[in-house]
Design a protein around this ligand. Structure first.
Ligand code: ADE
Length: 419
């Protein structure tokens, strides 16, 4: 095989062992994989996947491959690649991979273009960089593409904007919007892995620290909940009155970033928006403040402003860059402002990715069967797929639930009975 660009092929053996370790915690995907091996529902299709190159993604790639698809994988973020996993996918699974941890932007887009050179029939995206590059710079390969899926909130927002502009050329299923995806992956996955990333990067004690959480969507909720569990005093900042109210009633302090900036010890953005921590916030922060992001793109912290303000900077630990301001205060930026749970840790644990990637596999299978009737829109994951995944996950956890009695069903369907 020569169609790949990875860091070091000799890392493959360690990658394989970690991929197998993740597979233990992915029983739903494993079941789908067993069925795919027999039925080969994806026979003959070509998929270009732009996902974080992790042990969990490797298990998804394997499942699609066993389902009969030709698969290529490119990184969905320059800093999230696990180089040993990339090496194992190439060596043991013969899947072309274009991903190197720490690659610069030029290489990142060179890799995305390699994924488009593959002339896929389906795109599988995480953040919509693959789809947006296809629709802007690489329209000549558009004819080969019939559908796609999108993994994350940021990507779904971009794709909905494309569809609203009439710019989207093929149907896409928003995997993120499945309940078995965002209620678990975004909440418990981001919650745990963001705490993990901060601890691995800094080794600081969270107990007693004031942690400012920007954004109270599912990711923010998950992180706020988990970091409180470690003993932090949590402040939430929001722009939307409903989640702000919810954060209040969940027991957090809520205030604007201007008020939180002088109080916080640690700041984490999980909003999906631009310059949530801006130059004037750095002006107010305490000496030693730690600032990180767990949203998809590295735009939530205004890093150019921080660089402009600082008189110097140095790497004090891997993933911790310390900026010294003219008055001597130091601001510690984590992982270049890229998603710290994947930059300094390993992303969401396999048990939640099990459900997210089961949604990916089943959505793709559904799309292949139904694409002729689908339009150039963003579609929800069909409810029966969501329910099937929830049932399979419970089964794998050996949890049984009650069943409605005929009497209860009749009651729920009637309107006459009251007090
Ligand atoms: N996104 C967040 N965590 C992830 C993981 N472990 N693998 C793939 N994508 C992810």
């Amino acid at each position: 095989m020569d169609n790949y660009d990875i860091k070091d092929i000799s890392l493959a053996e360690g990658g394989r062992r970690r991929i197998e370790w993740a597979e233990r915690e992915m029983p739903v995907l494993r079941q789908i994989c067993e069925r795919f091996k027999k039925e080969r529902p994806l026979d003959g299709i070509r998929i270009s996947a732009c996902l974080h190159v992790t042990t969990e993604t490797a298990n998804l790639m394997y499942t699609l491959h066993e389902g009969g698809a030709d698969v290529l994988l490119t990184a969905s973020n320059p800093l999230s690649t696990q180089d040993d996993v990339a090496a194992s996918l190439v060596t043991h699974f013969e899947i072309p991979v274009y991903a190197i941890k720490g690659e610069d932007n030029v290489t990142y887009y060179k890799h995305i273009n390699a994924a488009l050179d593959y002339e896929p029939n389906f795109t599988m995206d995480d953040g919509a960089d693959l789809v947006s590059t296809l629709h802007t710079d690489r329209r000549e390969i558009m004819d080969s593409v019939v559908g796609g899926t999108e993994e994350t909130t940021t990507g779904v927002i971009r794709l909905r904007a494309m569809a609203a502009d009439g710019a989207l050329n093929y149907p896409i299923i928003a995997v993120n919007d499945a309940l078995t995806k965002h209620l678990f992956d975004n909440r418990y996955g981001t919650g745990q892995s963001t705490v993990d990333g901060i601890i691995r990067a800094t080794n600081i004690l969270l107990a007693g620290k004031t942690v400012v959480v920007a954004g109270y969507g599912w990711c923010g909720r998950g992180f706020a909940m988990r970091v409180r569990g470690m003993g932090a005093n949590v402040i939430v900042t929001e722009v939307d009155p409903l989640p702000a109210l919810e954060a209040m009633m969940d027991g957090f302090r809520v205030m604007p970033m201007n008020e939180a900036a002088p109080i916080g010890d640690i700041f984490v953005t999980l909003t999906g928006d631009l310059n949530v921590i801006d130059g004037h916030h750095f002006e107010m922060m305490k000496d030693g403040a730690i600032v990180g992001n767990s949203g998809h793109f590295n735009v939530e912290i205004n890093i150019p402003a921080l660089k402009e303000m600082a008189r110097n900077s140095r790497l004090v630990r891997p993933y911790v860059e310390q900026f010294e301001l003219p008055d001597g205060r130091r601001i510690n930026l984590l992982g270049d402002g890229r998603l710290i749970n994947l930059a300094a840790a390993e992303g969401h644990p396999a048990s939640v990715m099990d459900m997210s990637f089961a949604n990916q596999a089943l959505s793709l299978e559904y799309m292949l069967k139904n694409v002729d009737t689908m339009q150039q829109k963003v579609y929800a994951v069909p409810e029966e797929i969501d329910l099937r995944i929830a049932r399979l996950k419970l089964e794998a956890m050996q949890v049984e639930i009650d069943v409605l009695t005929p009497e209860q069903i009749a009651y729920l369907n009637s309107w006459q009975e009251g007090t």
